[in-house]
Design a protein around this ligand. Sequence first.
Ligand code: DAT
Length: 180
Amino acid sequence: MATESSKTSPVIIITGTPGTGKTTHAQLLADESPVPLKHINIGDLVKEKGLYEEYDQEWQSYTVDEDKLVDELEPIVARGGVILDWHTCEIFPERWADLVVVLRCDHTKLWERLEKREYPLKKIQENNEAEIMQVVLDEARGSYPTEIVVELKSEGTEDLESNITRIVQWINAWKADRGM
Ligand code: DAT
């Protein structure tokens, strides 16, 4: 669990299989949040800061240097007020997170979204299978206390809007709990 500190804004992890809508949610949440929240797209950060070991041509993705990534994020996360947007969450220490949102999407819809991204077939298949097997949800449940892990459907704009409303309500309750 996140340690009590002088944080005035929470740390929210938004995770899910690639294509489930993490970045879309994180951007909208950063805009609509009642407290300042900085959206950190981990994939972009890894590229920008060179926090990887190599680029895997076959999978067209970076092999992340997890120690470097955690070291880079530690001081930022300690201040609070961030949304961490990544397709995996188990490397983030349990104490970091106040809320972990796991986005879910029907696999047919997910396949279409990943095809539009022009992912190699192998990568589409792997991600699709991971979504069906709820790999990210199990990982989140295995890494954080059950009460802070929330599974949300992300298939259409109505889901997006209701999810953001729900997270904003959660942020208001988080503030109220701290007398803010
Ligand atoms: P991720 O960051 O998880 O890889 P994304 O936010 O880039 O996913 O979304 C992938 C595509 O799917 C993008 O074109 C936006 C669309 N999308 C995602 N969630 C959606 C939702 N709830 N309603 C409508 N479109 C959505």
